[in-house]
Design a protein around this ligand. Structure first.
Ligand code: SAM
Length: 453
């Protein structure tokens, strides 16, 4: 693989950062293939095969020998795994070093799309914790929401706001993750566009924006709350200097982390850096800090809620659709759609959601229409869907037809609603009416790419 043509200012900066020998090794790594890695959903896939090549710092992550066309694996659409660059999975080794994950936590992923770290967080936190996963750009927000619905954890809300709009939630969170928009130097091997967009001016622009978001993120923490800051760049202006600035200006104190030496993660002055010549992954920086200041919780007028608590008598029929162990707070929209959050984190939900301007629950349940309940796609993919509902296994060609939202035939199915699955991973709903199968896969999520079988 040819090495990407690097801007000379970038090369000089890396030469200075790494020294001659290490810089040569760095350049060599850039001309070798990008590792392909995926992380399993622990709820949906019990394990990988025994001879899988595991990611050292994440027990759910593995490397693949080559990149398949993921679109044509129905298990990806069912949320059985997430395609995630391996260095980013280092977050899972940081979390237990900085916070007790068995406690009920209020967690905010402030810059979350497309959802790699939010899916990791959702699987790492306890069932009585609540994750708010936020993205400012509308189109990216839709992708984030889709990925989180597919991942299927119900204790997650998606928000679509600018970081500054979280100000009313000052002093609330145990953990805030800021995976900041950055110059993307760490992705030069994987994404040639990142090279074209790079310039010293762009780095300065990113650095200033990161400081702005850091200043907005820090007051959202409770006293003693944890801020994890990460980027996919090597740049000192975006990494070390911004962490140092946060410590000087935002009363955040550094938390030292430790990783086994054989992982190859490099300790730097103000955080930890993955380089592609030391780890099997791309460039990534991570630092953790503790909030020392006491920010009082603001009492601003809550926003008018779109979702209201649904009266219990109206939702008794849900017992058929939701597994009995799932205790849910059911919500109802003005249009009669139903959604839910687990009772275990309902208090957190009631405290935080009124102060969000634009948000959606991840666990949409469905809607009542002329006495029939139309189940939502998110319910089929969630961890709470009733395990005894009719469920039809599809072979690969039929599963791909289903995911393309084409007409499928299921000769032996009885009338009514049924889940469909591929290799035990739920994909969505169909409704059989007298031998005709109505495909309820959402059209926005359908496969548009040709080929596959
Ligand atoms: N954490 C994501 C993951 O693991 O998949 C990647 C996040 S990406 C590095 C940064 C994201 O932050 C982008 O999607 C960008 O649109 C979003 N963003 C940028 N400025 C923001 C702001 N002020 N508030 C919220 N999100 C922002």
């Amino acid at each position: 693989m040819p090495s990407p043509v690097l801007p000379s200012a970038f090369s000089n900066q890396m030469l200075q950062q790494l020294g001659n020998t290490d810089y040569e090794a760095f350049l060599q790594a850039l001309s070798s293939p990008t590792p392909v890695s995926i992380r399993r959903n622990p709820f949906k896939l019990k394990n990988w095969s025994e001879n899988s090549d595991g990611v050292k710092w994440n027990k759910e992550g593995i490397y693949l020998a080559e990149r398949p066309v993921f679109t044509f694996d129905p298990r990806l659409h069912g949320g059985a795994y997430y395609v995630q660059e391996a260095s980013s999975m280092l977050l899972s080794a940081v979390l237990p070093q900085v916070i007790d994950l068995n406690q009920p936590l209020k967690v905010l992923d402030l810059a979350a799309a497309p959802g790699g770290k939010s899916t990791l967080l959702a699987a790492a936190i306890s069932e009585d914790s609540l994750l708010i996963s936020n993205e400012v750009i509308k189109s990216r927000y839709q992708i984030l929401r889709e990925n989180l619905c597919k991942w299927g954890y119900p204790n997650v809300l998606c928000a679509n706001q600018d970081s500054r709009e979280f100000a009313p939630l000052q002093g609330q969170f145990d953990l805030v993750l800021l995976d900041a928009p950055c110059s993307g130097e760490g992705l030069f091997r994987k994404d040639p566009n990142a090279v074209n967009e790079w310039s010293p001016e762009h780095v300065q622009h990113c650095s200033a924006r990161q400081r702005r978001i850091l200043a907005e993120a820090s007051p959202l923490l409770k006293p003693g709350g944890i801020l994890i800051y990460c980027t996919c760049t090597y740049n000192e202006f975006e990494n070390a200097l911004n962490v140092a600035w946060s410590q000087d200006n935002l009363e955040l104190s550094p938390i030292p982390l430790s990783f086994p030496a054989e992982w190859g993660v490099q300790a730097r002055d103000f955080g930890y850096q993955c380089y592609p010549h030391h780890v099997q992954g791309e460039g990534f920086f991570i630092a953790a800090m503790r909030q020392e200041k006491h920010y009082t919780v603001l009492k601003s007028a809550p926003t008018k809620g779109f979702w209201k608590n649904a009266p219990r008598k109206n939702v008794d029929f849900l017992k058929k659709w939701v597994k009995s162990s799932a205790e849910l707070l059911v919500l109802e929209s003005p249009h009669g759609e139903l959604a839910a959050v687990p009772q275990a984190c309902a208090d957190f939900f009631q405290e935080l959601s009124p102060y969000l301007r634009r948000w959606d629950p991840v666990l949409e349940l469905g809607a009542l229409k002329h006495q029939d309940f139309i189940p939502a796609p998110a319910l089929a993919l969630s961890t709470v869907v009733h395990p005894n509902l009719p469920n039809t296994s599809l072979d690969l060609p039929t599963a791909l037809k289903y995911l393309r939202k084409e007409v499928i035939e299921l000769p032996d199915s009885s009338d009514g609603w049924s889940l469909v699955n591929y290799e035990g991973i739920n994909l969505g709903w169909v409704k059989n009416i007298k031998g005709r199968v109505n495909n309820y896969f959402p059209k926005e999520w359908r496969i548009r790419m040709g080929g596959g079988v």
